[in-house]
Design a protein. Structure first.
Lengths: 149, 147
């Protein structure tokens, strides 16, 4: 459940235009993709089998889109601990191949203070060659950080 | 992608009447601590202490009932699903070591060839917690041997 939040935004509540500092994730070696497949259950051969990936038109196994989308959460929570991610979405635009990493970043697009402190974030994941891999968006609410956050 | 030019792609775009909507019976799931810990570790999330990551419910797409449904709706072994979009929307955070109920709806469209899965996550008492939407593009495999 969401912690009981304050009605007002804290003094350092971000404003539109604020940047979330970029962070690198990966590189995602094939072993890392196999481990992600094991914990997520997503063993689509597109991510694990070079032949299947080639048959689907790729140069090699592709990093799971959901694995890359998952990187946005630590990006956001390292930026601020006092957030509840109410919505996270992403469009997968370009495949990232096994062995490559991504650089994820964000920007505050909109700030609302009522009925609760809320931010809309634009999120971006870029491949090593700077191609846009994921275009994402998150809606986050202010919450009092708990001891385990 | 090369696969987009595969002649079997035509088979993916039959009449609009080929669109299908299937709802599965409710599925019980659990946010097991070891499963959550493994998921956090492999997604580069250093948090511990009972946090269930936002994207964790994605693993429920791999439940046998959903795998079978996806395989059936994409057309079998000659095709692969390629993820095109994903949304997670939360009303309440998920708790660790807690049972939930999934309501799953799958819509297969012919034009364009897509499979959209919608999943609602609720408590056993019927309290809505989260909604997921997964959009999969259906790609025919080019299985011809290399010349």
């Amino acid at each position: 459940m969401i912690e009981a939040g304050l009605e007002r935004a804290p003094p350092d509540w971000p404003k539109a235009g604020d940047e979330i500092r970029a962070q690198n994730f990966g590189p995602f070696a094939r072993e890392a993709l196999a481990r992600y497949a094991a914990v997520s259950g997503d063993d689509n051969p597109l991510h694990l089998d070079p032949e299947a990936a080639r048959a689907a038109g790729l140069a090699g196994p592709a990093v799971h889109g959901m694995l890359m989308l998952s990187c946005f959460e630590p990006l956001i929570m390292r930026w601020r601990r006092d957030l509840f991610i109410a919505r996270l979405s992403g469009k997968f635009l370009r495949p990232v191949l096994a062995g490559e990493g991504i650089r994820v970043s964000g920007r505050v697009m909109r700030r609302r203070d009522v009925p609760r402190p809320e931010l809309t974030l634009r999120l971006i994941a870029r491949a090593q060659n700077n191609d846009l891999a994921i275009l994402g968006e998150a809606t986050v609410w202010y919450k009092i950080p708990g001891p385990l956050s | 992608m090369k696969a987009a030019h595969d002649p079997r792609a035509a088979a993916l775009a039959p009449k609009a009447s080929a669109d299908k909507l299937i709802r599965l019976p409710p599925i019980r799931v659990r946010t097991g601590a070891s499963e959550v810990a493994g998921f956090l570790r492999e997604t580069g999330d250093a948090r511990t202490g009972g946090v269930v990551p936002v994207t964790f419910p994605a693993r429920w797409l791999a439940l046998p009932a959903l795998r079978g449904l996806i395989l059936q709706l994409i057309g079998g072994d000659g095709f692969l699903p390629v993820q095109e979009g994903q949304t997670f929307a939360y009303e309440h955070e998920l708790r660790i070591e807690t049972d939930y109920v999934l309501a799953v709806e799958a819509r297969r469209t012919a034009k364009p060839p897509r499979l959209t899965l919608k999943m609602a996550v609720s408590t056993g008492q019927g309290e809505n917690c989260a909604h997921l939407e997964t959009v999969l593009r259906i790609v025919p495999l080019n299985l011809e041997p290399a010349s």
